[in-house]
Design a protein around this ligand. Structure first.
Ligand code: PLP
Length: 397
């Protein structure tokens, strides 16, 4: 029996169609991606490492996917290493940097990273490695002078995310690269929220290692990429078989890799138009909310932000309660990042930006994507307005 049948229908409190405004958590898989993947779940099930034609045909599909990913990132196919997710890519980058030079065991990162970096560095600190945590200002921006002084002769890696998953704030990548290059240290960027949303040209960059995740760009979950600059030293995290040129052991997730190749091809074709459409939708949503809902304000750097993300605080409100009311109306958004929802901790990102627990707990993230429509925006604005009107008297009583 299909699992969907086993688990029964989606229980929703409304007959209205679902509105998915949580594209920073994950994205709807593009039907063209599914179509590209299907033969690798059915007909072409060979092992890509096998020596016969049936296996080699599957290996060729991985090669094509590698070329497509490299084209989107403007780098060499040989610099693309397929992993299982963004988290694995980041873990690999950090552990590799510590392994390639035993005299360098210090890491510089920020307080607003995704838990993939945050928890890994916290664990490393417990094991005796030194971590310097860079703070951010109220827009979520780091202080570049602080970055400069944090880098030491024994620094193994600077790991700074490109765009924040909660607020969409974009860090000044060019200036960070200037500093890191001058200091001569390895640089990793968690670009999970950027790839597919903004153009990235790694050929001209001074980034050594970069993480991305398939499910953020309309590909299924379970596949990611670590870009490893061809001139950078690298030490494998997963050891075993010789897959990925000996740099990531384990039989490849072929169908998902094929899907990621297609997703990157589609992203490359649509990126300009899509970013503009999504930005227009996000901006009109935000403008309407800020005008119609008293006590609402934007969290993040409005001058340097992803085109799809709107993180809004609703003064005096409880974001969990708002989330529930919106859920009842068939609207999906997020209070903090998806990975920490369920725990009652206020967002570490908003806390690092200097906001109170109450402010952090009054904030919701709406993240738009290519499958959203103007009608989604209109319905969400009205539902949000009604939800705040309904809950606000409770919040102040
Ligand atoms: N980094 C950032 C900025 C993210 O937003 C996410 C996912 O939310 C990750 C890393 C982890 O990616 P994955 O879910 O593929 O492990």
């Amino acid at each position: 029996m299909e699992t969907a049948k086993l688990l029964g229908p989606l229980e929703m409190k409304t007959d209205a169609p679902l509105i998915y405004l949580d594209n920073n958590a994950t994205t709807q898989v593009d039907p063209a991606v599914v179509e590209e993947m299907l033969p690798y779940l059915t007909t072409f099930y060979g092992n890509p490492s096998s020596a016969y034609a049936f296996g080699k045909r599957v290996g060729a599909a991985i090669d094509l996917a590698r070329e497509r990913v490299a084209r989107l990132l403007d780098c060499e196919p040989g610099e693309i290493l397929f992993t299982s997710c963004g988290t694995e890519s980041t873990n690999t980058a950090i552990h590799s940097a510590l392994a390639v030079d035993r005299d360098r065991q210090h890491i510089v990162t920020t307080r607003v990273e995704h838990s993939a970096t945050l928890k890994t560095c916290e664990l490393l600190a417990k094991r005796g490695y030194e971590i310097t945590w860079l703070g951010v200002d109220s827009n979520g921006q780091i202080n570049l002078r602080e970055l400069e002084t944090a880098i030491r002769p024994d620094t193994a890696l600077v790991s700074v995310m490109w765009a924040n998953n909660e607020t969409g704030t974009l860090f000044p990548m060019d200036r960070i690269q200037d500093i890191v290059t001058e200091k001569g240290v390895l640089f990793h960027s968690d670009a999970v929220q950027v790839i597919g949303k903004l153009p990235v040209r790694l050929r001209d960059s001074r980034i050594h290692l970069l993480s991305l995740s398939g499910h953020k760009l309309h590909c299924p979950k379970g596949v990611g990429v670590l870009y490893v600059n061809r001139r950078s030293r690298f030490s494998a995290f997963m050891t075993g078989g010789g897959q990925e040129n000996g740099r990531r052991a384990g039989t490849e997730n072929v169908a998902s890799i094929v899907g990621l190749g297609k997703a990157c091809e589609l992203a490359g074709q649509n990126i300009g138009v899509e970013a503009l459409q999504v930005r227009t939708m996000r901006d009109s949503f935000e403008k309407a909310v800020l005008t119609r809902i008293p006590g609402s304000r934007v969290n993040g750097d409005i001058h340097s932000r992803l085109p799809n993300t709107s993180n809004l605080a609703f003064e005096g409100m409880d974001s969990e309660a708002l989330l529930m009311v919106l859920d009842d109306a068939g609207i999906c958004c997020s209070a903090g990042s998806a990975c920490t929802t369920g725990s009652l901790y206020p967002s570490h990102v908003l806390k690092a930006m200097g906001f109170s627990d109450a402010h952090a707990r009054s904030s919701l993230r709406f993240s738009f994507g290519r499958f959203n429509t103007n009608s989604d925006v209109d319905r969400t604005i009205s539902a949000l307005e009604r939800a705040v009107e309904r809950l606000r008297p409770l919040a102040v009583s």
